[in-house]
Design a protein around this ligand. Structure first.
Ligand code: LLP
Length: 463
């Protein structure tokens, strides 16, 4: 789902490759640093190294398929976001992109906050020592149990997503003798330029309360009357893998408009505005993501300008990047198993993972890059489709790409930019064992989420 993706376009029977792979790159041995994490390099033999360790060594020690996460890059991205937004704003890492206890510790150390959207994410966050006040709790259908746990733990904010939830959270907080800080999530009516399944600001969808028709204003009215709630702000998340700032601009403008209406009606100036996450990353050479400081400046300018126009004090801004932090920091390493050339069409390269470790290609028509990483090669480029080992012809990891024609079973290939929404959306389809996540830093590699085992499968299956 890079910008060139065309969800409605030809899918599986197309002969001519789509998008950016219309022509092979000049040299397949050259890595485009845009799509690889920062410490990735190729050594003299053409083997890829990350954090100073060669992939062949990583494959030997940890097996394939596996995700390798560049810890230095992750931390650097956290710092870049925190620095860009500064002391007057808050950055919440969206845990749904990928969450583990190590990630929580790094976030804590780098000064970021955390957005969770389930009891499981909340437990992981608290267990790894994220202070509750630095946690925001999201979700369009939080269970009463989840709400109770969040309120009891003292999370910094719960983002209310529906009229029912306003009442549920208020009652829970009251029952527990607390006053819960909350924001209301609104849908601002923006059509984000991204895949339909990850666009969230248009009105015809499950998230949030519409600004249109006065719904959001009514939600504010109700929230302000309930003792268990302290309404601090308004939240808007317009979608994911977005490059164009125009959608954020409209969103910010409409949210500020609501703040002005609230002031006029209730005499209350809400002090927070959360503009969500959704900033795009480079999956292929065609994608040109913005740097955090550009994003911070653009959003800050818009909010300040709109607030000045409405005579409001500028509220505290927060953002919730997930993909933009973790996405570029990991790659998936696979071993090539079988190779099936189809004359005049393409060559199918089967790897030892597939849609169970990366569902994004099948689900969103996402585009990825791929490279041979265990050696260099001077062979001609060959058009390939990288597929998995699942019993499904839609089990595609990389739809159209070029790899050297001398590719052979046993070679290692890597798909970059798989840090976000790959392990976190991984499944056990065909009783696949979900791959480990290995953090690599300064010549050391350590497992932060271990590989699943067949015993894990049998343990869950209680007979
Ligand atoms: N905040 C809220 C309220 C969200 O719903 C999301 C993502 C984020 C922040 C973080 O968005 P990010 O910066 O990571 O784009 N599975 C899809 C993405 C679904 C995103 C869901 N919500 C994918 O693989 O593209």
């Amino acid at each position: 789902m890079s910008r060139s993706a065309h969800p409605a376009g030809p899918r599986h029977a197309d002969v001519v490759p789509e998008g950016h792979y219309a022509a092979p790159p000049a040299d397949l041995n050259v890595l485009d640093e845009k799509v690889w994490s920062r410490t990735v390099t190729r050594d003299a033999d053409g083997a890829l190294t990350v954090g100073g360790i060669e992939v062949a060594r990583l494959a030997e020690e940890f097996g394939t398929p596996a995700y390798f996460l560049d810890e230095a890059d992750f931390r650097a991205r956290c710092r870049a976001w925190a620095d860009a937004f500064g002391a007057d704003a808050d950055v919440y890492y969206a845990g749904k992109a990928f969450l583990s206890r190590a990630i929580v510790r790094w976030l804590r150390e780098e000064g970021l906050n955390l957005d969770v959207c389930s009891g499981g994410e909340l437990t992981t966050a608290l267990d790894a020592g994220m202070p509750a006040e630095r946690i925001a709790f999201h979700g369009n259908n939080k269970t009463v149990d989840e709400i109770e746990r969040a309120v009891e733990a003292g999370v910094g904010r719960i983002v209310l997503d529906s009229f029912q939830e306003i009442v549920r959270v208020a009652h829970t907080a009251q029952r527990l003798g607390k006053r819960q800080r909350v924001q209301i999530r609104v849908t601002v009516g923006v059509e984000a330029h991204t895949h339909e399944f990850i666009a969230t600001a248009h009105e015809d969808q499950k998230f949030g309360i519409a600004l249109a028709g006065g719904q959001a204003a009514e939600a504010v009215r109700r929230a302000l009357t309930l003792d268990g709630l302290e309404l601090t702000g308004i939240h808007s998340h317009i979608g994911s893998q977005i490059f164009d700032m125009a959608g954020f601009e409209v969103s910010a403008r409409r949210v500020v408009q609501l703040l002005a209406e609230v002031r006029d009606e209730h005499g209350v100036e809400l002090s927070e505005i959360d503009l969500g996450g959704g900033l795009g990353i480079a999956y292929t050479s065609d994608d040109d993501p913005r740097e955090p400081h550009e994003i911070a400046k653009a959003l800050g300018d818009i909010v300040t300008r709109e607030c000045e126009a409405s005579g409001l004090a500028t509220p505290r801004i927060s953002v919730e990047p997930g993909r933009a932090i973790v996405g570029p920091t990991a790659f998936t390493l696979y071993e090539v198993g079988t190779i099936k050339p189809l004359e005049g069409l393409r060559t199918y390269v089967s790897v030892d993972g597939g849609m169970s470790d990366n569902i994004r290609t099948a689900l969103y028509d996402a585009e990825y890059s791929v490279a041979l990483v265990s050696r260099s090669s001077d062979a001609e480029p060959m058009l390939v489709r990288v597929v998995g080992k699942h019993c499904e012809s839609g089990d595609i990891v990389v739809k159209d790409a070029f790899l050297p024609a001398d590719l052979a079973p046993g070679d290692l290939i890597a798909v970059p930019a798989t840090g976000a929404y790959c392990r976190s959306m991984a499944s056990n389809y065909n009783h696949a064992l979900r791959p480990p996540v290995v953090a690599v830093r300064d010549g050391e590699a350590r497992v932060i989420v271990r590989r699943e085992t067949e015993e894990d499968l049998l343990r869950l299956d209680v007979g």
